[in-house]
Write a protein that binds this ligand. Sequence first.
Ligand SMILES: Cc1ncc(COP(=O)(O)O)c(C=O)c1O
Length: 370
Amino acid sequence: MTQGPRLTPLAESLPASVPFVGPETQERDRGHPFIARLGANESLFGPAPSVIEAMANAASETWKYGDAQSWNLRVALADHLGVGMDHIMVGEGIDGLLGYLVRLTVGQGDRVVTSQGAYPTFNYHVAGFGGELVTVPYRDDHEDPDALIAKAREVDAKLVYIANPDNPMGTWHDAARMQAMIDAVPDGTLLVLDEAYLEFAPEGTAPAIDPDDPRVIRMRTFSKAYGMAGARVGYAIGAKPLITAFHKIRNHFGMARVSQAGAVAALADQDYLAEVQAKVTVARGRIAEIAAENGLATLPSATNFVAIDCGADGDFARRVLSELIARDIFVRMPFAAPQDRCIRVSVGDPADLDAFAAALPDALAAARNA
Ligand SMILES: Cc1ncc(COP(=O)(O)O)c(C=O)c1O
């Protein structure tokens, strides 16, 4: 036998890749920083001052592990959501929770349904546990609840995933449509309803939470509207047996103490959230204006980013994207056609969007001349 680790056949079979090349990696490769970080749907408005203060106060306690039950945060979330705390699982962002959920439910060869070009980190977890991913196309730039459910039924899926509002297009369905989707979930399938961007969506986007409904698990995060992406705090809301199952496999001390303190403070500061929501609305309008000044259309968005239709095919949009990156503007774009005719621009402060506005005409011209 040779020296060194013996990976499982599954791990051996996986490509040595990660789903995202992060902006820091790109900056290192380029040898200089971006001037506008508009590619990761972070909140450029930052966390509330009250959150920064709470995290700073918690910093001197960081020699202690975080509370393994995230008790205070779960109490605060339970109060905020009007559900019992046994229905809430806190984890290392939605990404971490998706990994736990897939580990709990998906074995080798189990089928999982999502949309072609939807949030890729979920797919990465499915592959990592040997699941078989089955996709359905978007419909009119929206994820398609009917097609997702029909496919889940057809392939006897363990999980069916939808983000509402959606990333990368920013589109959304209303609560009635989502409730109809929940009601149509086939026996033996669990609906994963990713609501990462819910705080940016119009009232009436989220169906009412029925905490005992075993057909759906909801995922939400402090990374977006609360401006805490780097702190890694997300939570799942679901029926007690499923929530309890997470404890069998989760990283017991996965939550940083500082992050727990920050999230409690963030939830308490709903005034700040309202300020951010107002700024996001203004910034979405500004992105639409910038696009229009360049003869481009935008998709309506219920998120903190806007998809700009570059008006041609995916190859053209990829050229626009790389020309923007060459001009130090970090943006991303959808992976799958025909959504890849768009670039995806996160909202930011006026200065960030001015930098984008300054770079876009040249980037478009360069892409057209290539
Ligand atoms: C749809 C969707 N879900 C989840 C996440 C990740 O959330 P978190 O930072 O809580 O892991 C993102 C981040 O971009 C997202 O777009």
